[in-house]
Design a protein around this ligand. Structure first.
Ligand code: NAD
Ligand code: TYD
Length: 358
């Protein structure tokens, strides 16, 4: 194996797409997927690759520093791609401390272990060339835009939710380990993702589930908030390109140039669902229900990804309508996944099968 790479949070939504890409594309890399298997982690997302020789799953918590240090000693990772996080804004509003623990303390535990493993006295303040710490972050650290403008890599951080505040904090720690200890780091800040294996607490999968089951689609406030949506496999491709090519210490914004108000997005989704479920046009839209707005709800996110497009020749591969239809098709033909996730059964089965702590 030419490299041993630790991917954290690989059983989650984006992590599972990234792990699949890396395992299939780089057969000479060993990919170690470390995940606590919280409610958001589901090993069913990786069933197709779980027996590949260059893949291994380890169950564990990034908040447990002793465990993380032992893991680094055992596997001698060459690099880390860090995605493990608490990721849902609404949950962060009701339980901010959990977000501090995983997103901030967990990240610092990984940084410490990487520093101890990779930064020797002789390499202090120099760039390491073979060991990279890649932090996968969010555009939400930049705060909220008005009606115009885009987030660039030099936009000041201005997080508003406990989730975005915890991600901003972890980004700052990652940069501090570069500036202070010379750790080779890269950060990417991506817009909202959509696609298969997305936990149905987030807008798109929740709405697909509710439409399918004739339940109300909750729209916060007036539905006028804007998000910039990117197909999850395009995000995984961007991480691959950035991980392998970015300069140490650099930051890349990743986005789809694809802004939608929540209500327009849900209307489009309702039309697609009506067609797929052979319902009369307009049936699903009757489920739209305006509910109390989220506290501190950011109005608009929109990413300028021209640095990534120009430097590293990445671009989104799908038009939104095409990607959304593909996503709907996946959810409708993976009923078992959706039922297991909504009933909680996935955790019983997979956690028992894979509990592994060396
Ligand atoms: P997710 O919630 O689907 O998955 C998170 C994964 O992390 C889960 O598998 C979970 O079990 C694991 N995890 C949580 N706490 C852990 C802990 N203490 N130790 C080990 N593992 C733990 O999240 P996602 O949507 O796939 O997001 C992945 C990363 O990408 C996050 O860092 C998130 O901030 C970032 N991000 C997400 C989006 C998006 O639209 N979803 C956009 C930009 C950036
Ligand atoms: P979400 O998928 O939670 O992602 P984020 O908050 O990280 O952008 O929400 C996307 C948008 O949809 C956001 O403006 C909040 C809104 N929303 C609803 O209107 N109803 C819902 O039930 C959810 C989960 C989100």
């Amino acid at each position: 194996m030419s490299k041993t790479i630790l991917v954290t949070g690989g059983a989650g939504f984006i992590g599972s797409h990234l792990v699949r890409l890396l395992v299939n594309k780089y057969i000479d890399y060993k990919i170690i997927n470390l995940d606590k298997l919280t409610y958001a982690g589901n090993l069913a997302n990786l069933k197709d690759i779980e027996n590949k020789p260059n893949y291994e799953f380890v169950k564990g918590d990034i908040v447990d520093a002793t465990f993380i240090n032992e893991l680094f000693t055992k596997y001698k990772f060459d690099s880390v791609i860090h995605l493990a996080a608490e990721s849902h804004v609404d949950k962060s509003i009701s339980n901010p401390l959990e977000f501090v623990m995983t997103n901030v303390i967990g990240t610092v535990n990984l940084l410490n272990a990487a520093k101890v493993s990779w930064v020797k006295p002789t390499t202090k303040n120099e760039q390491l060339t073979t060991n990279r710490f890649y932090h996968v972050s969010t555009d939400e650290v930049y705060g909220s835009l008005g009606e115009t403008g885009l987030f660039t890599e030099s936009t000041s951080y201005d997080p508003h939710s406990p989730y975005s505040a915890s991600k901003a904090s972890s980004d700052h720690f990652v940069r501090a380990y570069h500036d202070t200890y010379g750790l080779d780091i890269v950060i990417s800040n991506c817009s909202n993702n959509y696609g298969s294996c997305h936990f149905p607490e987030k807008l798109i999968p929740l709405s697909i589930y509710n439409i399918k089951n004739n339940k109300a689609i909750p729209i916060y406030g007036k539905g006028e908030n804007i998000r910039d949506w990117l197909f999850v496999e395009d995000h995984a491709r961007a991480i691959d390109v950035i991980f392998h090519n970015a300069k140490s210490g650099s930051t890349y914004n990743i986005g789809g140039h694809n802004e939608w108000t929540n209500i327009d997005l849900i209307r489009l989704l309702c039309n697609i669902m009506d067609k797929k479920l052979n319902r009369v046009e307009g049936t699903s839209a009757q489920l739209i229900t305006y509910v109390k707005d989220r506290a501190g709800h950011d109005l608009r996110y929109a990413i300028d990804s021209s640095k990534l497009q120009n430097d590293l020749a990445w671009k989104p591969s799908l038009q939104f309508e095409e990607g959304l239809e593909k996503t709907v098709d996946w959810y409708l033909s993976n009923e078992e996944w959706l039922n297991n996730v909504t009933s909680g059964d996935y955790q019983k089965y997979y956690q028992e099968q894979y509990v592994k702590r060396f």
